[in-house]
Design a protein around this ligand. Structure first.
Ligand SMILES: [Zn+2]
Length: 109
């Protein structure tokens, strides 16, 4: 089965080619988790973009906001090449306020 999916902000489309419903579900879930971020979690701007920073040969995947400079970091699964948004605060609880988006203000706060 083939299905086409467009992200909620209409920016990206993906075609999923799956051999069964569970496979389609899995692929769609994987895609949505990474690519279906609609807006900045800090200021709600839709002016967000994908960014990869390479530091000492390691790639860091993140989304960034052009309006308030907040960013959402993605973690990398050890196998399979998958990514997941880091939505927890440093204390391990879910960041309900900004959904993982944070601003680096350079003084450690
Ligand atoms: Zn923002």
């Amino acid at each position: 089965m083939k299905l086409n999916y467009t992200t909620q902000n209409q920016r990206l489309q993906v075609q999923i080619d799956a051999n069964a419903v569970k496979d389609a579900f899995k692929q769609l879930a994987e895609f949505q988790e990474v690519f279906d971020e609609q807006q900045c979690g800090a200021c709600e701007s839709k002016n967000i973009y994908f960014r990869v920073r390479t530091v000492d040969g390691n790639d860091f995947f993140e989304m960034a906001c052009k309006d308030c400079y907040a960013k959402l970091a993605f973690g990398q699964h050890k196998t399979g090449g998958g990514l997941f948004p880091k939505r927890k605060k440093q204390d391990g609880t879910f960041d309900r306020e900004n959904k993982g988006w944070y601003k680096w203000n350079g003084n450690g706060n």
